[in-house]
Design a protein around this ligand. Structure first.
Ligand code: ATP
Ligand code: MG
Ligand code: MG
Ligand code: MG
Length: 478
């Protein structure tokens, strides 16, 4: 029988421990060391200062399974969720790190040994990309590993398109970065999509499982590259993606962990079709929302809290779609199923269970009062404007019905429609005026209200406090 996701996580940590790596726990989703970053979006985030040479650790090799959220900032996959087999808002990134210790040769050899030796993946299903000028990486893959040249694809920079995929990895607009080599798994010709570098590379046939970054530079605000004190290695492999491969399924949503969540969502919403896209989105969003709350974020109208609010409301809208909106709330009922599958690796889910449930319940109670009417109003606008929504209407849907514009855009996308160009910019202008009025009146954006003993659980675990003050999280709960 196939390995469970939990076993795969342990395998990874154990493999690199046996190669002299120190096992380092996941850091929180709210980065403590980096005001430029909305959420922890990669395993390397907690090691940023070590790469930069500004911080020393007692080890030069580390391994972790890092919780990540990509729902804002440079890496934003919120709009992919429900549309690809491989993207989540929350996921776990398995990573091994070298701080001036080993470099390309060992990193590649370790990756290959784990994938094809320990896990026994068929070599002919794997292919790799390298940075277009990285002849050294080509040589290692070709001569030392023995990968045929036609399965080593050279990929260049993204030529100025900051969000396109490329083989030069950056955490954010500034900071540690470098060329990378990525390992892809071919899920088979029955799935649409071309190999990396081809015009239809965005399909889900060849799925990127593991990125090995050769950290060599510190990107400056003016765009220039300063060399790091020592060349480092930073790798990231999506736990859910490798679990799909090892469990012989195509989509991340078919792995054991997600199936448990999807079945729970199906029961809660009384949905027979386990393939229903809304179930996948609800399962995905359950993880992001629960872990963001664990890490000190609460739904609010600003900063991180607003990202959380938007994800919660997207999930609630899918409950509504499935006819499962209720005053007592349903989304919070997903917390126990999540604890079933992730509480072992993340005991903080169990410790903060009541906080998570109460915060989700409060948000659902608030939103369920207006969502229905908001959807009716949206339909009215669409009829009135021949299927177009303008900035003022986006503002009304948000202001009166609590429907953020990305939620509206997502609904339009399901109908095969787009927001007209300029609508978002107009909306922003309306919002700005609104904020000024609120500031003048001394009012803050409405957050969820929770009892004091639960608020106490939000107390900073070392470094959360500063960030939460900034994003308005404290005001709204006080
Ligand atoms: P993709 O091209 O598929 O969007 P990426 O190139 O953006 O992935 P990296 O930044 O290289 O991803 O992150 C390292 C690894 O983390 C990826 O190889 C993948 O296995 C995993 N990963 C990245 N984004 C996600 C996501 N949204 N959901 C699940 N796993 C992800
Ligand atoms: Mg991506
Ligand atoms: Mg990629
Ligand atoms: Mg990548």
């Amino acid at each position: 029988t196939a390995k469970t996701t939990a076993e795969i996580r342990s395998d990874f940590l154990e493999f690199f421990r046996s190669k002299g790596h120190t096992v380092v726990p996941s850091s929180p989703l709210v980065p403590g060391n980096d005001p430029t970053l909305l959420f922890t979006n990669a395993g390397m985030v907690q090691f940023k200062d070590v790469f930069l040479g500004a911080e020393k650790r007692s080890y030069t090799r580390a391994v972790s399974s890092q919780r990540c959220v990509r729902a804002g900032g440079k890496h934003n996959d919120l709009d992919q969720v429900g549309y690809t087999a491989r993207h989540h808002t929350f996921f776990e990134m398995l990573g091994n790190f070298s701080f001036g210790d080993y470099f390309k040769r060992d990193a590649i050899a370790y990756a290959w040994e784990l994938l094809t030796g320990v896990w026994g993946l068929p070599k002919e299903k794997l292919l790799v990309t390298i940075y277009h000028t990285d002849d050294e990486a080509f040589g290692i893959w070709h001569e030392e590993i023995g990968l045929p040249a036609d399965r080593i694809i050279r990929i260049g920079d993204n030529k100025g398109a900051p969000y396109a995929s490329d083989n030069f990895w950056q955490m954010a607009d500034t900071g540690p970065c470098g060329p990378c080599t990525e390992i892809f798994y071919d899920h088979g010709e029955h799935i649409a999509g071309g190999p990396p570098g081809s015009p239809d590379e965005d399909g889900d046939r060849y799925i990127e499982i593991w990125n090995n970054v050769f950290m060599q530079f510190d990107r400056q605000p003016d765009g220039s590259l300063l060399p790091l004190p020592a060349p480092c290695v930073d790798t990231g492999m999506g736990l859910e993606r490798i679990a799909a491969v090892l469990q012989h399924v195509h989509s991340n949503y078919e792995i054991d962990l997600f199936q448990h969540l999807i079945r729970a969502a199906a029961t809660i919403t009384d949905t027979a079709d386990l393939e229903h896209k809304s179930l996948r989105v609800i399962a995905d969003h359950t993880r992001a929302c629960s872990f963001l709350i664990v890490d000190g974020v609460l739904p609010s109208n600003e900063g991180r809290g607003y990202v959380l609010r938007r994800i919660v409301r997207r999930a609630i809208r899918h409950l509504w779609k499935l006819g499962a909106l209720s005053a007592e709330g349903n989304f919070w009922r997903m917390v126990q199923p999540l604890i079933d599958v992730m509480g072992g690796a993340y005991p903080e889910l169990i410790e903060k269970r009541e906080l998570i449930e109460r915060a989700l319940k409060a948000e659902e109670a608030a939103f369920s009062q207006t969502l229905d009417a908001g959807m009716v109003r949206l339909d009215g606008y669409l009829v009135q404007n021949n299927g177009l929504i303008d900035g003022e209407q986006l503002f009304q849907l948000h202001d009166t019905y609590g429907c953020p514009p990305d939620l509206i855009a997502d609904i339009l996308r399901e109908k095969g429609m787009d927001l007209p160009p300029g609508a978002m910019a107009d909306y922003e202008r309306w919002m700005e005026e609104q904020r000024e009025r609120a500031r003048a009146a001394g009012k803050f954006g409405g957050g969820v209200t929770l009892p004091a003993e639960l608020i106490a659980q939000l107390q900073p675990t070392g470094f959360l406090g500063y960030d939460r003050l900034e994003d308005g999280g404290l005001e709204v709960v006080a």
